[in-house]
Design a protein around this ligand. Structure first.
Ligand SMILES: *[C@@H]1O[C@H](CO)[C@@H](O)[C@H](O)[C@H]1NC(C)=O
Length: 259
């Protein structure tokens, strides 16, 4: 009896290992774009508040990152790897292309800080070199025939305006004009404030591609976020005034003291 139990436990253990190894296999890429004003609102109100570089872009969505995911759409995590030789990865030609759609939004961020962070956190899970990872990002961005996703939203009348809000399905329909046929995308949203239940802000839009980044596919329904699904109308905020950086506050106070 004891042997039998041990045997079954072993089988279950093996099955679980197989399943978890299987689900850790990269099978698609998530091309995660963010609406910069919403990113900056989140950054400003973080536990350790940060600030965005001004002016905050409001005529483009910025790439957050390219995230290898399993077949259910869950982003992969994996052990750290030694950094590649960044000078070889970010040649002037590559850096110029990345800057056009993957700009650093944080104040004081170096050009390549976000790119390095995304490679270390997500890129290393995709089973390619850093060169291939960043070239794939460029390639996916080039598949947007109207350039930035902003242009697709704008032509459908989805713009940042204090008096306009949109149903999720209308935003999705506008984004789907990127594709030859309607494919599923992910949207994420954040609350406007602690009390407002009728309106929310658009935060991120995720397009999915095959692992090589050569064609768009539907993002799997299993990992679809629900933050835009409450039925609340979705808005694109304009850039908001940012809290002052601590150092400039001190500087100003000191300046007043002296004068
Ligand atoms: C929620 O936000 C929208 C958009 O700013 C606003 O029109 C509405 O009055 C707000 N509702 C509440 C209850 O604050």
């Amino acid at each position: 009896m004891k042997k039998l139990v041990t045997f079954f436990l072993l089988v279950i253990l093996l099955l679980e290992i197989t399943i978890s190894v299987d689900s850790q296999n990269p099978s698609l890429l998530k091309f995660v774009l963010q609406w910069p004003p919403t990113f900056c609102i989140i950054l400003n109100s973080a536990a350790q508040p940060g600030r965005c570089k001004e002016p905050i872009p409001q005529r483009s969505l910025a790439l957050h990152g390219v995230w290898p995911a399993d077949q259910r759409g869950h982003s992969l995590t994996c052990p750290a790897q030694p950094d590649p030789n960044w000078n070889q990865v970010f040649t002037t030609a590559v850096a110029n292309q990345l800057m056009a759609f993957w700009p650093p939004l944080r104040e004081n961020a170096q050009q390549s800080d976000l790119w390095k962070h995304e490679w270390r956190t997500h890129g290393v899970c995709g089973g390619t070199t850093a060169q291939v990872y960043f070239n794939t990002a460029i390639q996916i961005n080039n598949m947007l025939q109207k350039g930035n996703l902003f242009n697709y939203l704008k032509t459908s009348g989805i713009i940042a305006c204090d008096s306009l809000s949109f149903a999720k399905k209308d935003i999705v329909a506008a984004i789907q004009k990127v594709f030859a046929q309607p494919l599923d995308v992910y949207l994420t949203c954040i609350p406007i404030d602690a009390t407002n239940r009728t309106h929310i802000y658009l935060s991120e839009v995720t397009l999915c591609t095959n692992l090589g980044g050569t064609s768009f596919i539907s993002c799997p329904s299993q990992a679809a976020p629900t933050s835009c699904s409450s039925g609340a109308k979705i808005m694109l905020p304009h850039p908001k005034p940012q809290p002052r950086a601590l150092w400039s506050f001190h500087e100003e106070v000191n300046g007043r003291d002296i004068s």
